[in-house]
Design a protein around this ligand. Structure first.
Ligand SMILES: [Zn+2]
Length: 262
């Protein structure tokens, strides 16, 4: 390679780097090649029965996003509180889990929970009430949000854009380059498929997000064995994969962005 050509490549690379640095993070704490966020949505019995003991066994910290109107939140309050005391995150997944009924396959969305018909004023009240509810459970004042169904278009606007200020971070709306983040909603995946997904993210230096629902039961489930295989892999490779609560990862991303903009 000639000197001139080399100079061109370097300057192009540094240009690209500064663009990425301003748009978002490319580095993770320590020697980690990727960040991994495991989350468990909707407040399901199988999460308390099967996921929680496995997470304790491998000492992996994750995020739970319970739908707060679920009877399972009220019925098993002490166990949700214990999860928070053990270092897991309880994040906002709204009170009522409204999704856009107009999208394909959404017959299950109740008419009174149709996000297409909700307004910004209603959503603001729902999200702040959910934050207060979570504060009553774990005493924390900072939250992240996973918008149910990853929908955020209301009758009168985009609630992630307008109400994002209420949160440290929002799943699916990270301000980092698209190639630096990947999301998986497993349904019957094997342990190997889950591990391959995080390995692929590490090759790209990115953020791997797995949004679980049922673990060995309930809907969109993976088996207890597949889930445990992933936890074991992450526990044995902590140096490479920084697995943490989404709020800790979101704070790191925010910090990185500030540094990139400096
Ligand atoms: Zn959900």
């Amino acid at each position: 390679m000639s000197f001139r050509r080399f100079t061109f490549v370097v300057s192009l690379a540094s240009l690209m780097f500064s663009a990425v640095a301003q748009a978002g993070p490319v580095t993770w704490p320590g020697k980690a090649k990727a960040a991994v966020s495991l989350s468990y949505d909707d407040a399901l019995n199988s999460q308390l029965d099967n996921a929680a003991p496995a997470l304790r066994k491998y000492d992996i910290k994750v995020s739970f996003y319970p739908t707060l109107s679920s009877p399972i939140v009220a019925a098993r309050m002490a166990e949700w509180r214990k999860l928070a005391a053990d270092g897991h995150e309880l994040g906002n997944h709204t009170l009522f889990h409204s999704c856009a009924k107009s999208k394909p396959g959404r017959d299950w969305v109740a008419a009174h929970n149709d996000l297409d018909k909700k307004t910004m004023a209603q959503m603001r009240e729902e999200l702040t009430t959910a934050n207060a509810f979570l504060h009553a459970i774990d005493g924390k004042t900072e939250r992240t949000l996973t918008p149910p169904c990853l929908d955020w278009e209301l009758a009168d606007g985009d609630y992630v854009k307008t109400l994002g200020i209420l949160f440290v971070g929002i799943k699916g709306a990270e301000k980092i380059p698209a190639e630096n983040t990947a999301m998986l909603l497993p349904d019957g995946h094997t342990g190997k498929q889950l591990i391959d997904f995080v390995k692929k993210s590490a090759q790209k230096g990115g953020l791997a997000q797995i949004i679980f629902h049922g673990i060995g039961g309930d809907h969109l489930s993976v088996s207890k064995e597949a889930h445990e295989e992933l936890l074991k892999f992450l526990a044995e490779n902590r140096e490479v994969y920084w697995t943490d609560t989404y709020i800790n990862i979101a704070k790191h991303l925010n910090e990185n962005r500030k540094e990139g903009a400096r």
